[in-house]
Design a protein around this ligand. Structure first.
Ligand SMILES: C[S@@+](CC[C@H](N)C(=O)[O-])C[C@H]1O[C@@H](n2cnc3c(N)ncnc32)[C@H](O)[C@@H]1O
Length: 341
């Protein structure tokens, strides 16, 4: 029987929790000429010269710092009822949880509303709250900092060590419709509705943790599987610190589809122990830097996919796949939890 759509307990937050005072570098010339009240909204990082600077997106725009989903219901009014939603769902969605209500078997694990641990909750009816989660993850600067990397723009660095399995953060941003055809370096794909684990496993073993097949993203590919219903989380203009995590082919972390109470989220979780004071990296998935793509990965890892191509390993370069397409990061999916007792 198809699961029913639960009612939403998500509270819309009207105000951002005030953040700590931002300490600017002593050089008065470095002081930005913007009102102090707007300081908190933007990202700052400390450059190697010790000066705090405003972080920019790779296209030069200054991103606003939000730690929630930015949701515009008007965007969804003309969108068709998602095929992955059971009959009777709320459509068009009026708030984020109407869209991101966890409905599938993969959603068994809630990460609770306390971040920075590896504790999960399997109670499908738990009351962990997304509002609490957002508040709790606002203190990211206690654990991570942004720094200018040598050649990958800005990166996120650890201030303390982490254990494999720890939840390090989550991907916040503006929710965009499936038909969104913009392009940005900060797009994350998030499936909606009931997740079809069986077909995903056939397509590349997402259920066992390997990245999804690149062919899933090619609409014109013959015999390609139908695209799942999804939304994009776009962190280009608004997002949280995780938008600055760079890719590595030998990453410290992975994106995971999870839930907090009745809200589906994309977490960043350590896949191995992470020391303090290193650049935190994640895998963007094969659609981003994989075999069929044109982008060149410069992560420098021994097993870097672009390096292997260069060595004539038999991996072919992409023939333009990815150009003009929505390029997104993808998450790994969890195996459905086994019921105890
Ligand atoms: C989500 S952003 C990461 C943060 C970015 N460094 C910044 O300054 O905003 C993704 C972009 O960072 C750069 N990047 C991240 N990892 C990279 C890698 N392994 N090789 C080359 N470029 C990378 C690419 O420009 C990519 O499109």
């Amino acid at each position: 029987m198809a699961p029913s759509v639960t009612t939403c307990a998500y509270q819309r937050s009207t105000t951002q929790k005030p953040r700590g005072v931002i300490k600017l570098a002593p050089a008065s010339s470095m002081k930005p000429k913007i009102k102090p009240s707007t300081l908190d909204r933007y990202f700052w990082y400390t450059s190697s010269d010790g000066v705090m600077r405003l972080a920019t997106s790779t296209d030069g725009t200054v991103p606003e710092q939000i730690n929630t989903y930015d949701f515009n219901p008007a965007l969804f009014v003309r969108e068709p009822y998602p095929s992955t939603f059971p009959p009777g769902g709320i459509w068009p969605p009026e708030e984020p949880c109407d869209l991101l209500c966890p409905l599938g078997a993969d959603d068994g694990y809630c990460v609770g509303d306390q971040c920075y641990t590896n504790k999960t909750c399997k109670n499908a009816l738990c009351e962990h709250s997304f509002t609490n989660w957002c508040q709790q993850t606002e203190n990211w600067e206690d654990h991570f900092e942004l720094r200018k990397t040598e050649d990958l723009g800005i990166g996120a660095y650890t201030k303390r060590a982490w254990k494999a399995g720890d939840v390090l953060g989550w991907y916040a941003g503006e929710l965009k419709v499936k038909s969104y055809d913009g392009s940005s370096d900060y797009l994350m794909q998030l499936d909606i509705g009931v997740l079809d684990t069986s077909s995903r496993a056939q397509q590349g073993g997402t259920a066992n943790g390997t990245p999804p097949s690149p062919t899933r993203q090619a609409p014109s590919a013959p015999h390609s599987e139908p695209e799942p219903d999804l939304v994009y989380i776009d962190a280009a203009a608004k997002g949280n610190w995780t938008r600055f995590i760079n890719h590595s082919c030998d990453p410290y972390a992975s994106y995971r589809m999870r839930r907090v109470g009745n809200m589906r989220i994309m977490t960043v979780e350590a896949v191995r122990d992470v020391p303090a004071d290193v650049e935190l990296t994640v895998s963007y998935g094969y659609d981003y830097y994989g075999i069929g793509t044109v982008k060149v990965c410069r992560c420098g890892a021994e097993n870097c996919i672009s390096r292997l191509r260069g060595r004539g390993s038999g991996l072919k370069k992409g023939k333009g796949k990815g150009k003009g397409r929505v390029r997104v990061k993808k998450c790994k999916r969890l195996v459905a939890p086994v019921e105890e007792g």
